[in-house]
Design a binder for this molecule. Structure first.
Ligand code: GUN
Length: 162
């Protein structure tokens, strides 16, 4: 299947972070949190697609843990900055002999970007718990990231949305 087939068959739309997505599950049950507005769905799940013409998931942060599951296509490289300011690069994919991982947990509070480095597309799933809410997401601003992580700026600049 081509990227266009996936986009059409899964009803994917452009995501503001980059790539394409469709939310396929939002738990009806809610929990109270200490976050803005308090109530959050217990869990959400999306399909997420990076393509050769929208290859970057721009740097952002979420208040929830997020599990990523590789589904199809070419591997996707994750660029993470942990709570100690350490940089990690991990490939989500199925070739274990190359060190790729089929599932990747990105803990809450980490900065995260992703890139499709080669191939036409990479398709994955993301489960978020508590469920996704725009109020829990922060999109990186260049000045802030540069000030917070001056030593990493050369690695991160390409992934910060302008
Ligand atoms: N709506 C916009 N972005 C997202 C996302 O990343 N996850 C979910 N579940 N819904 C969204």
């Amino acid at each position: 299947m081509s990227k266009q087939d996936w986009i059409e068959k899964l009803s994917l739309v452009e995501h503001i972070e980059g790539g394409y997505f469709c939310e396929i599950y939002r738990a009806a049950e809610e929990i109270e949190t200490l976050r803005e507005g308090s109530a959050r769905s217990m869990m959400t799940s999306i399909y997420y697609l990076l393509t050769d013409d929208r290859p970057i998931d721009h740097l952002h942060q979420n208040k929830s843990d997020i599990m990523h599951y590789f589904h199809a296509g070419f591997p996707i490289t994750y660029i993470l900055v942990d709570l100690m300011g350490q940089l990690h690069k991990i490939k989500l994919g199925l070739d274990l002999t190359k060190g790729e991982v089929p599932q990747l947990l990105v803990p809450k509070g980490y900065w995260k970007a992703a890139v499709l480095e080669s191939g036409e597309y990479g398709l994955l799933g993301e489960s978020v718990a508590p469920g996704f809410d725009f109020r829990d997401m922060t999109i990186a601003k260049a000045e802030e990231i540069q000030a917070q992580f001056p030593n990493l700026w050369h690695e991160l600049a390409a992934y910060v949305r302008t």
